[in-house]
Write a protein that binds this ligand. Structure first.
Ligand code: HEM
Ligand code: 2DC
Length: 469
């Protein structure tokens, strides 16, 4: 017989005491580890109430499958109040990230065609391939300047620029030139604003932004400043393309980019387009750059794997005869490496949905309307789900093993990551070019942990040594 909702184990009963321990444990930066701890304590399902939101947490792929079957036609995840509050405060429209219901669906279907459908993939590849080549040229220059035939560095700032150059190339159909020697202070400011925006969001998951705003709290002011910086820069880029398009629409015949395609399609209002393009631009920087940083870190710790990947890449290079779209279909181990990175170092600590029908999870009844969270970080490190989870083994994604509801780093279904294809293509091309030219090494073999700043990121800088092959 099915047990009632009220009997699910957990720490949800005393939320004030709970919030207190949470702060004391520096819970904010450790959410992912606290979730692992809770699953160890309570088993594969627990209820939790921290601050003002309550949820049921799950960890098993079988339960994820049940959850996503109950997500309904307009899947809805946890609302990030800080983000919606800013839009309301400044009177700006929600984009696809923040919309819900019919309005979300309508916008999403149109955006899907221009951003994530296989049809546009071919347009992105040449643009992103060029950015990858430029990055390699830049690294050679840095190595040369060092005078030591190698370059030891924290690559994160370079990776932020790579990611922004890539996503901008796709959105605007033209290069910003961020990989040149001179870096425009406006661009650096934009990058800093995104990091600040994420950092100031996480405390506001627990303290309502409306309250902080009335109190005149610094965190709210910083958050507003960060989003203002993001919107100003995105507005400049968007205006620029808009003006060009009005001067000579469809001039050259080459692929004009996502923004121009959406404008010409004329199915979404300019305000809706602006809102979603800004979200794409902001969502496209820290996510991919941090994932690439973690991948280089893992590769530096596994020199043999670097060799294996180089062999796969060079065979694919030859067999594809210069057709990059074709080449990307011939590198399964490389794709496995990216999945493996995201298993151990996911961007999103959890996936969440408000379920639209009653379901049963771990023999407990869960009523419609409940917020259910899948602990993505915890699942990635659970030995019942992934044998020897502590080992970085890209081949686990290529051979044997069931992948049933295990590959969820970009979310699932119609509400999954809209930037997924851009992210994957950009990261694959980066690794192809870098592995074809360099070897990666790490001095001290210390374990680097994740810290939560809305997205998960390395708790301290990762130093790498890059050497020409
Ligand atoms: C949503 C992960 C890169 C834009 C999401 C979600 C996840 C995610 C887990 C929530 C999905 C769900 O609820 O099912 C990632 C990872 C990335 C990445 C792991 C890279 C390693 C990007 C990039 C962009 C982007 C490059 C923009 C170009 C978005 C947007 C949404 C989203 C707009 C909201 C979609 C909607 O609500 O309909 N992402 N993301 N992401 N992501 Fe990403
Ligand atoms: C953070 O408890 C932890 O892809 C919360 O590119 C639940 C939660 C809700 C939404 C998630 C968020 C977490 C992590 C960051 C995500 C976000 C949805 C989209 C966003 C996963 C798990 C992200 C990084 C987007 C951001 C685009 C934005 C900056 C314009």
């Amino acid at each position: 017989t099915v047990l009632p909702f009220s009997e699910i184990p957990g720490v949800w009963k005393n939320s004030v005491a709970n919030l207190y321990t949470f702060w004391k444990m520096d819970g904010l930066r450790n959410i992912h580890r606290i979730m692992v701890h809770n699953f160890n304590m309570f088993g594969p399902i627990y209820r939790e109430k921290v601050g003002y939101y309550e949820s049921v947490n799950i960890i098993k792929p079988e339960d994820a499958a049940i959850l996503f079957k109950a997500e309904g036609h307009y899947p809805k995840r946890l609302r990030v109040e800080a983000w919606t509050s800013y839009r309301d405060y400044r009177n700006r429209k929600y984009g696809v990230l923040l919309k819900d219901g019919e309005d979300w669906k309508y916008n999403r279907i149109i955006l899907n065609k221009e951003v994530i459908s296989p049809k546009v993939q071919g347009n992105f590849v040449p643009l992103l391939d060029e950015v990858g080549q430029d990055f390699v040229a830049r690294v050679y220059k840095k190595i040369e300047r060092s005078g030591q035939n190698e370059w030891t560095t924290d690559l994160s700032h370079e990776l932020f620029k790579y990611a922004l150059e890539s996503v901008s190339a796709v959105l605007y159909g033209e290069r910003l030139g961020l990989l040149l020697d001179y870096i425009d202070p406006d661009v650096q400011h934009f990058i800093d604003c995104i990091t600040l925006m994420f950092k100031t969001t996480s405390p506001m998951l627990y303290l309502p932004p409306a309250l902080l705003r009335r109190m005149g709290a610094k965190i709210w002011k910083d958050h507003v400043e960060a989003w203002d910086g993001i919107f100003n820069q995105a507005d400049r880029c968007i205006q620029n393309i808009y003006r060009q398009l009005r001067k000579d629409p469809g001039a050259s015949g080459k692929y004009p980019g996502v923004l121009a395609s959406l404008l010409m399609l004329d199915k979404l209002s300019i305000e809706d387009i602006k809102a979603s393009v800004t979200e794409l631009m902001a969502g496209g920087v820290d996510t991919t750059s941090i994932t690439l940083m973690w991948t280089l870190y893992e590769l530096a710790r596994h020199p043999d794997l670097q060799e294996e990947l180089r062999a796969e890449i060079s065979a694919a290079r030859i067999a594809s005869k210069g057709d990059m779209v074709q080449m990307l279909k011939m590198v399964p181990l490389l794709k496995g490496a990216l999945k493996e990175t995201l298993r151990l170092h996911p961007v999103a600590v959890s996936l969440q949905r408000y379920i639209t029908e009653d379901i049963v999870l771990q023999n407990y009844h869960i009523p419609a309307g409940t917020l259910v969270q899948l602990g993505l970080y915890a699942m990635g490190r659970d030995h019942r789900v992934f044998p020897h989870p502590e080992q970085y083994r890209p081949s686990r994604w290529v051979r044997s093993q069931s992948h049933y509801f295990r590959s969820l780093s970009f979310g699932f279904g119609p509400r999954q990551c809209l930037g997924r294809r851009i992210a994957e293509t950009e990261m694959q091309l980066f690794l192809i070019h870098m592995l074809e030219n360099f070897r990666f090494e790490k001095q001290r073999q210390v374990e680097i942990r994740s810290t939560f700043e809305l997205i998960l990121l390395p708790e301290k800088p990762i130093m790498l040594t890059i050497k020409p092959l």
